[in-house]
Ligand binder design. Structure first.
Ligand code: 3PY
Ligand code: ZN
Length: 632
């Protein structure tokens, strides 16, 4: 098609064209580029229409209503104070000081990160966030921050959504210039599952800050402080907010609790403050903090440290708002909530429920509830797109107090179990999870330590092994890689050390690390990696791409391969992205301002002998046929 355009071009046919003709006539390239983009889009739609989306399979596309948008937002008053402005002008300490001066409890909205990670297998697409981003900033300018990056969203966006997470960050930043952006950072594991060299952590934090992150919630999956120290320093070096988290586990008020006691939390809080934390977070990733324990914990911590306290929890048990109420009475400064439509169960408690629970009280949060109800309608409608990823629990479940599984892991482990045909053994897997936690010495369970416990639980059920079998036959057992790595000390050290006997069984004579894993790692040579990646990409990569490739080499390469094949699939509306098109349907895809593809699917042919089907499309009015292999 490109050559045909050249031949038809008036300058070419008049004989005036020179060898520089092609260089000097860019509209030909534009035209051929748009055609190419159109073809790639049809390939994607054709494929997902015929073969379905990974993890969902072939499902008939439903007719969705366009999500309701806010229509009557009360806009922020002129004198509103945005913590983002305080950070940018006066630095992180000033934000911490400002937080402590507020009577109203502040809120972090997790809808764009943890809420969908914990309810919808992290599958929320940027397009659905961007569509409501500006209105979110207008509707709730009183937010402390918006959690919208990090945790599992980083690799999932490459892996399953063919989206660049950096682009998500930059685009949201453009639409929400006045809101503090918060991310979840897994200490020495960055946004991955394994220890990274220190210079990689540093470069990642530098880039995240440069692209728009303001608040870094740093945690370690075993609450081991040496794994957090470097990250805290790197965030401070960027003049951003280092929010350091203590992961909450067990039950503070249980008289038999010997490890995770009030003294334990107080000691950690003091050490984190001394390391330079601007804010202390209590990260209750499973939702185990009961109301009376919350009152006690927050009250005592307020008397222990000077920095403000931010409470994060999951509403798995259904007690979330009650726990928040107690924590707020004890003086907590910020709590994490989600828009109602994406709240509750394994997600965070609802922002609006909390509003009504506290209405009229001294610490009541300050925001316009009618604005929030309007945002919520958008999320009610948008959540429907993701119905096929709703693998979670159907209602609140107090079993979490027994198995202690983090909200973000629940759906993932269930998927993992399904993947190995153990879906029917879910109750047994939960029970094994409890047993494994006990065998490991009652550890903090959060990514990636929670994955180790989950892998081991699944492994025991899969191989019909009891706890006793592990001790009796352990020498002959090939343990999952993550379990070996844990006992080797590659995630750091759990409180109270490793259970010696099990460690010996798992390591089979290998010696555990004596120091922080990062100390064994050489700084990575970025120039070398960059050159390697340039070979793969056939162009100079950005530093963001280099760092993504370092953390997720195969995932990143698969993403670029897929992107080259199908183009900007992030521009499709979500139902089309997951379900393709119905026969006779017409959609519009805006690639950029002034460049819209109008796509109509007229017919799907029967498969030929090789299983190929021809799909008959119209692309901007012109007939197009695409051949797709039917893999069913
Ligand atoms: C993550 O690390 O992704 C988490 O959400 C941990 O709670
Ligand atoms: Zn969480």
């Amino acid at each position: 098609p490109f050559l045909i355009n050249v031949l038809k071009h008036p300058e070419f046919s008049s004989g005036k064209a020179t060898t520089r003709f092609i260089d000097e006539t860019p509209e030909l390239f534009e035209y051929s580029k748009l055609r190419d983009r159109g073809n790639k889009s049809l390939q994607y739609i054709g494929n997902v229409t015929v073969n379905g989306f990974p993890g969902i399979g072939k499902v008939e596309k439903k007719a969705y209503k366009k999500p309701r948008m806010p229509e009557k937002l009360i806009l922020p008053s002129e004198d509103i104070v945005y913590p983002k402005h305080i950070l940018d002008s006066d630095g992180p300490e000033a934000v911490a000081q400002w937080l402590k001066e507020q009577n109203s409890v502040l809120m972090t909205d997790t809808t764009f990160r943890d809420a969908h990670q914990s309810l919808l297998a992290t599958r929320m697409r940027s397009k659905d966030m961007l569509a409501i981003a500006e209105q979110t900033e207008q509707a709730i300018p009183e937010l402390f921050s918006l959690e919208m990056w990090g945790g599992a969203t980083f690799d999932v966006s490459y892996r399953f959504l063919t989206e660049d997470p950096w682009e998500r960050l930059r685009k949201l930043r453009q639409k929400m210039p006045n809101t503090l952006f918060q991310m979840l950072f897994r200490g020495s594991n960055g946004v991955g599952y394994e220890n990274l060299p220190d210079n990689v952590l540093q470069e990642f934090i530098r880039l995240a800050a440069a692209n728009g992150i303001d608040v870094f919630r740093i945690f370690d999956s075993l609450n081991w402080l040496p794994q957090m120290e470097k990250s805290i320093q790197y965030v401070r070096d960027e003049n951003k907010i280092a929010e350091t988290a203590i992961c909450y586990t067990g039950d503070l008020n249980d008289p038999s609790q010997t490890k995770y006691t009030m003294d334990y939390y107080k000691r950690m809080a003091k050490e984190l403050e001394a390391m330079g934390a601007h804010i202390l977070a209590i990260k209750d990733m499973a939702g185990l903090l009961k109301p009376h324990a919350a009152y006690r914990l927050i009250g005592e911590l307020k008397n222990t440290v000077k920095i403000p306290i931010h409470l994060h929890m999951h509403d798995t048990s259904g007690n979330g708002v009650y726990t928040y109420g107690a924590a707020i009475r004890a003086g907590v400064d910020v709590v994490d909530v989600a828009q109602s439509a994406l709240s509750g169960k394994t997600s965070q408690p609802s922002m609006s429920s909390l509003y009504y629970a506290l209405e009229g009280t001294f610490h009541a949060p300050n925001f316009n509830i009618q604005n929030v109800e309007q945002l919520n309608r958008y999320w009610e409608d948008t959540r429907k797109y993701y119905a096929d990823f709703e693998e979670g629990m159907p209602a609140a479940s107090t079993e979490v107090y027994t198995h202690q599984m983090p909200g973000g892991q629940y759906t993932n482990l269930k998927q993992q179990a399904k993947g190995v045909g153990l879906e029917d053994r879910w109750d047994d897997i939960k029970a094994a999870y409890t047993v494994v936690n006990h065998m490991f010495g009652d550890i903090v369970k959060v990514t990636p330590s929670s994955k180790v416990v989950g892998d081991m639980a699944l492994f025991m059920i899969q191989n019909d092994l009891t706890e006793q079998d592990i001790y009796d036959k352990g020498e002959d057992i090939d343990f999952p890689k993550s379990v070996v790595s844990f006992f080797k000390g590659e995630l750091g050290r759990p409180e109270g050390g490793f259970p010696k006997r099990l460690q010996e069984i798992v390591l089979k004579g290998d010696k555990p690390l004596e120091k922080r894993p990062g100390e064994y790692k050489q700084p990575l040579d970025f120039e070398k990696v960059k050159a390697e990646l340039a070979e793969h990409l056939d162009r100079e990569p950005s530093m963001e791409e280099v760092i993504s490739y370092i953390m997720y080499p195969q995932v990143f390469l698969d993403y670029t391969f897929f992107y080259n094949m199908y183009g900007e699939v992030n521009k499709f509306d979500t139902p089309t992205f997951f379900y393709g098109m119905r026969m006779g349907e017409q959609i519009e895809v805006t690639l950029e301002k002034g460049k819209t593809l109008i796509i109509k699917l007229n017919q799907i042919g029967d498969p030929d002998l090789e299983g190929n089907r021809t799909l008959y499309f119209e692309l901007n009015g012109q007939g197009r046929q695409i051949e797709i292999q039917d893999k069913s």
